[in-house]
Design a binder for this molecule. Sequence first.
Ligand code: ATR
Length: 281
Amino acid sequence: MHNPAMAKLGLDWRYLACEVAPDELGQAIAGAKAMGFIGLNLTVPHKLLALDMIDELDESAESWGAVNTICFETKGEDGAWTPISQALGQAYGEVRAKGYNTDADGITLALQQDLGLDLAGLEVLFLGAGGAGRVAALKLAKEGAAELHLVNRTVAKAAELAKEITERYPATKVSVGYPENTSGAVNLVLNATSLGLKDGDALPLDESQFNLCHADAVFDMIYQPAETPLLAKAKAAGCRIANGLGMLLWQGAKALEIWTGQAAPVEVMRDALIAHIYGDE
Ligand code: ATR
């Protein structure tokens, strides 16, 4: 999605994928910095490892405890740091690596754009409490969700996450388990578990505990397959549905905006993602 976007912006840049062993991440970041790279994206397990390897953490990376985007910055004559893209073609001195996290914004933008949700005041049945689930649940609370019902196979992890949400965002009501009133409606069911990735996976939702006809919208973080069994059931129950492609898209759009200082051509990026991921289907 980045290469077509950069072409659309008229930038003579290239986005490349490189495999880096975890114990060589520090060298890889230093090498990119030395070679004048504009930025980097990191994926697991590097998102956590990078926290200790970069020069400056943006509030987003600090807040979510992970780095998925690095922007190399240069120090101007006035002492202010600016993205290296602003200094291309000029001589520049000191460079630093600044770490951001655009994953959390990716989640909220996908929910807003793909499901038309206003996050303030939302009641959510939240499935999963792993790495991605933790950030999404905290971000929903930060954005003013009214109530989160946390369900996870390992209940202790849901309880731990509930505690963290309550400590950080006390205005959001949090409980562990399904909504007690089984006929009670929720605005959103969000799947952050990996159930649905593989053929034959069980549903991430216990239908004896919650009937999808009580949900307005269902979001599945999985985007491959495009329609998981959960989304198929939700569609049949009349819910608005969206898969996780929007999360991938929006975290990328935010990263591109950090590197370029320009608005990302989101539709070009979405088309490229759809062609790349679902092109053969
Ligand atoms: P990610 O980084 O994608 O969030 P993760 O941290 O491994 O990956 O989290 C995976 C999530 O899927 C967890 O909520 C996990 O439940 P546990 O905390 O109990 O491990 C959930 N999950 C994975 N396999 C599952 C299964 N077979 N049944 C139920 N939940 C499952």
